[in-house]
Structures are given as C-alpha cells and as structure tokens.
Design a protein around this ligand. Structure first.
Ligand SMILES: NC(=O)c1ccc[n+]([C@@H]2O[C@H](COP(=O)([O-])OP(=O)(O)OC[C@H]3O[C@@H](n4cnc5c(N)ncnc54)[C@H](OP(=O)(O)O)[C@@H]3O)[C@@H](O)[C@H]2O)c1
Length: 288
C-alpha cells in the first residue's frame, strides 16, 4: 500500500515510516517545508497527486507549553491542519489514521485506580489538549471512517523524549535528579504505536477513537527509575521523587492520563507492557 505520513520527519513519523517500509509499503514522507498541513490548497493538490491508500496524520504543534502562549497557532496547526488533512484524505479515498493524545482528558479521575476509556468524555485542561480535541472532532465530522489513535508519553528513535533527557542527565554528575511522582500515565514506544497501526491495517472495519498506548501505568518517577535500572552503570546519578508543585509549568499536566485500550482489547489485540517496550527500546537506542 502507499502510505502518506504527515509529520513524517518527527519522532513518531520516523518510526512509522521505517516500520511500514520494512513491511513493503511505499512511504510518502509529508513534512515541512514541502508539505504544510495548514496550507489547504497546497496540501489538497499534493495529496491528490500522491494518491495514497492510507494517510497517517502525525503533524502537529506538539510543544505543550508553547501552545499555552500561542492559542491561535496551536488551533491553526492542530485543528485547521487536521481538518485539511481529513478533507484531502477523503477526496483521495484514502483511509485516515489521525494521531491524538491523552491530553484530551482533564487528568482528574473520578476515582483511583483509573484509566480513561475511549467512551469517556474528554475535558482538556490545556490549549494543546483543546486544539487536539478540536482536531479529533474535525476528523469525526469529515471522515467518519477514520481511526483516531490516542497515544501518550511517547519516546522513539532519535528523540527528543523523556527517555533521551533522562539518559543524558543520568550520565552527568550533579545533585540527585528530581522527577515528578504525582502524575500517572502510560509510557509508550513509537514502535508500539507502529505495531498497533500495522494490526489496524488488517482491520479496515475499525473506525472512531482507539487508545494506543503501552499496557500498565506508572508515574514519571517510576518511569525514570526503570530507565536508570536498564542503563545500569551508564546512569550513576541518583533520582528522587518530587511533586508537580515543585515544577510549575505554563501548561497544567494531567494528574492521571492513563488510557484503557478497550477497543484494541475487544479486537483481541494487546499492546506491550510499558517496561517490556522500554527494555526493547533502550537496547536498540543505547547499545552497550
Ligand atoms: N510526543 C508525545 O509524547 C505525544 C503524546 C501523545 C500524542 N502525540 C501526538 O503524536 C503525534 C506525533 O508526535 P511526535 O512526538 O512525533 O511530534 P514531533 O516529533 O514534534 O513531530 C511532528 C512533526 O510534524 C511536523 N509539522 C509541524 N507542523 C507541521 C505542518 N504545519 N505541516 C507539516 N508538518 C508539520 C514537525 O516539523 P517541525 O519539527 O519542523 O516543526 C515534525 O516533524 C502528534 O500528533 C502528537 O500530538 C505525541
């Protein structure tokens, strides 16, 4: 199949391109500067010429804190850009996978333990989350056959990601690293998302919201401890837990944004547990 990936030079896009090319798919990397999802007519004519069978929409304004101060830009990229991609994919008759985020949820769970299901009502607490949710609504309105894949806490080859930051800081000398221990989520490798998409390519009947993160949840501190354990002597620095209040940021982070994979599980598909996916990644990305 011919698969066009918007944001194909980004962290997730690169992994998708490599994983799908390895399966024999023809890949079109659609990223800046040649492809701009906010340029509706340009995108429409380029997409018509490429005529893909599948479009995976990864392009987005992903800097969560920058979105907070640039509401207009965030909505231009994440809502209007997604609308343009949905319209162009529909005009080509391509199947659309739109990548979305755990940030569509407030992060304030009604009880603990908790994980948000595909049927829970989003209530974003940030501009990034609001703009991505607006993008989801565009996709649902314009391409009801599309699949919207919500993922979270992503890391992938080349970074930048929490894993890359921790590995770098963990190898430096200094005070113990403080890592937030009161926010929960699902650390997820880009390869886990790629595998879920490969599975969904075998299921053309699946549409709507699909949660696609690794299984099991943890805090950022627990995530960092596992990175340290896997890196061994290459991560000598101590890590200590801290609270969100100690690290005020422009965008309020969800306290719990773990996602339940109800749709994938009903289809008989299980993503890897986060520790397993992380071990696979560390071995490949940081070989001894
Ligand atoms: N990273 C996470 O933890 C995470 C979590 C949940 C969901 N997601 C979602 O996953 C998707 C991929 O994220 P990622 O981490 O791979 O992000 P990324 O590394 O920032 O990749 C996004 C790519 O899109 C490109 N892009 C930005 N604006 C564009 C435009 N107007 N037209 C075409 N391309 C454009 C970027 O180019 P430049 O670099 O030149 O701007 C970049 O190559 C996004 O939809 C994001 O919302 C990410």
């Amino acid at each position: 199949m011919k698969v066009l990936i918007t944001g194909g030079k980004g962290m997730l896009g690169r992994t998708l391109a490599k994983a799908l090319a390895a399966d024999g798919h023809e890949i079109v990397v659609a990223d800046l500067p040649d492809w701009d999802v906010t340029d509706d007519t340009g995108l429409f004519s380029k997409m018509s010429a490429a005529h893909p069978d599948v479009v995976i929409h990864c392009a987005a304004m992903t800097a969560v804190d920058a979105c907070e101060g640039n509401r207009e830009l965030a909505f231009r990229f994440n809502e209007e850009g997604t609308r343009n991609v949905a319209l162009a994919a529909k005009a080509c008759g391509a199947r659309l996978f739109a990548i979305s985020t755990d940030y569509v949820f407030s992060g304030e769970p009604p009880r603990e333990p908790w994980a948000w299901s595909e049927t829970d009502i989003p209530r974003p607490g940030t501009v990034y989350g609001l703009s991505k949710f607006a993008g989801e609504q565009m996709v649902q309105m314009l391409c009801p056959d599309a699949a919207i894949l919500r993922t979270a806490w992503l890391y992938g080859a080349g970074g930048g990601s929490f894993v890359h930051t921790m590995v770098r800081l963990g190898g430096e000398e200094g005070e113990p690293l403080k890592v937030v221990d009161d926010q929960r989520g699902n650390p997820t490798s880009a390869m886990t998302v790629a595998r879920a998409i490969k599975f969904l390519l075998t299921r053309p009947d699946v549409s709507g919201i699909v949660h696609a993160t690794c299984e099991e949840q943890c805090t950022w501190y627990e995530f960092a401890c596992e990175i340290k354990r896997l890196m061994g002597s290459r991560f000598p620095r101590e890590i200590v837990p801290c609270t969100t209040a100690e690290f005020p940021r422009p965008a309020t982070r969800p306290r719990n944004s773990a996602l339940k994979k109800s749709v994938l599980n009903v289809l008989g598909y299980r993503t890897a547990p986060w520790k397993e996916a992380l071990a696979e990644f560390v071995e490949e990305e940081f070989p001894r």
